[in-house]
Design a protein around this ligand. Structure first.
Ligand SMILES: NC(=O)c1ccc[n+]([C@@H]2O[C@H](COP(=O)([O-])OP(=O)(O)OC[C@H]3O[C@@H](n4cnc5c(N)ncnc54)[C@H](OP(=O)(O)O)[C@@H]3O)[C@@H](O)[C@H]2O)c1
Length: 308
């Protein structure tokens, strides 16, 4: 329960202070999201936002793990024979997860949308251990094509990490441009669940199907009502995953909705209290520990249940 309370507090901070979640104007940092209506018209479009796609962008956090002395990407670790598929591993938490599993001797297949990402650097460091596929999970044809390419493969863990936030996260539902709402929902709910539907079956019996949710997906913990669109997308993701779990009630696979906490990434921003080098080993520990624990679990990175 203490952990859940901590997440709730972190969520409140996350909304008010996260840099990429804030408007790129000078007032954003000093105004909580509830002041959003005062500083942006409903049609505001921020030029710094590239519709969630970053072709050719230098990947963030490429050197974060190595420069902070993490033991991820440890070239001497043995191959455990274990494998994971990570959807959305180009940067941020997905890349950190790939590096952490690879460092523990797992074989990693990660997906990206563009060339020259941090995952490409990791794959170059660890030939044979890290494999890369291309997938925009909002593209139905790409999803089908990758599913077909992976027929016959089996993974111990399939983890759908990819997700986005809307460009003006303080927007209420009245303020959020419709296309922004749709973009976030299509990515965080439809895209993520289509990835679960497409690749979940590749998880071995007793393995784990994981999805990156958020503490902000919790309805029970939503005390301040901020970050409407993102919260709604993660709550909808949780609900959709509950439906998936209901349809697979006899499945021996564990299903995990992960609430990682507020982590420094492009999405989390520089003010987040935790770095990937601290958070990711905990997230990975939870996923590994959940093997064999069938049913749906909404967990934080310490393995504690998050209230729905
Ligand atoms: N950081 C936090 O504090 C925090 C807290 C709670 C939950 N989360 C969740 O954790 C996940 C990762 O977040 P992050 O902080 O690492 O964010 P990030 O640094 O912005 O990375 C987002 C990742 O998602 C990928 N992606 C976005 N849209 C995609 C699409 N349509 N198809 C395939 N991949 C796509 C991105 O690929 P490109 O490089 O191609 O753009 C990138 O790899 C998200 O689901 C997020 O909601 C983050």
């Amino acid at each position: 329960m203490r952990e859940a309370a901590a997440i709730s507090i972190a969520d409140r901070c996350f909304v008010a202070r996260t840099l990429p979640f804030s408007r790129p104007d000078a007032t954003a940092a000093s105004h909580p999201a509830t002041d959003a209506s005062q500083d942006a018209p409903i049609t505001a479009v921020h030029p710094t936002w590239q519709a969630g796609v970053a072709p050719g962008r230098p990947a963030a956090n490429i050197s974060t793990l190595a420069s902070k002395g993490s033991n991820v990407s440890n070239a001497t670790s043995a191959d455990t024979g274990r494998s994971i598929l990570i959807v959305g591993a180009s940067r941020g938490l997905g890349h950190a997860m790939a590096a952490e599993f690879a460092g523990r001797g797992w074989r990693v297949l990660g997906t990206v949308r563009s060339a020259g990402t941090a995952l490409h650097s990791l794959a170059a460091e660890r030939p044979g251990a890290v494999e890369i596929e291309t997938l925009d999970m909002t593209d139905h044809d790409q999803m089908r094509a990758l599913r077909d390419r992976l027929i016959g493969r089996e993974f111990d863990i399939v983890f759908v990490n990819a997700g986005i936030a809307n460009r003006a996260p303080g927007d209420t539902m009245a303020e959020a441009p419709t296309d922004e709402f749709v973009r976030v929902m299509i990515t965080n709910v439809l895209g993520a669940m289509r990835a679960v539907e497409a690749f979940g079956a590749l998880t071995r019996p007793g393995g784990v199907i994981g999805v990156m949710s958020s503490g902000q997906g919790s309805i029970a913990n939503n005390r301040n009502g901020t970050n409407n669109v993102y919260r709604a997308s993660k709550a909808a993701l949780n609900q959709a995953m509950a439906s998936y779990a209901g349809r697979h009630a006899d499945d021996r696979r564990a299903m995990v909705l992960m609430a990682p906490g507020w982590i420094r990434t492009e999405m989390g921003g520089a003010n987040a209290p935790f770095g990937v080098e601290e958070a990711m080993p905990q997230i990975v520990d939870v996923l590994i520990a959940k093997q064999g624990a069938s049913g749906l679990h909404y967990l934080d990175r310490h393995g504690q249940s998050v209230p729905w």
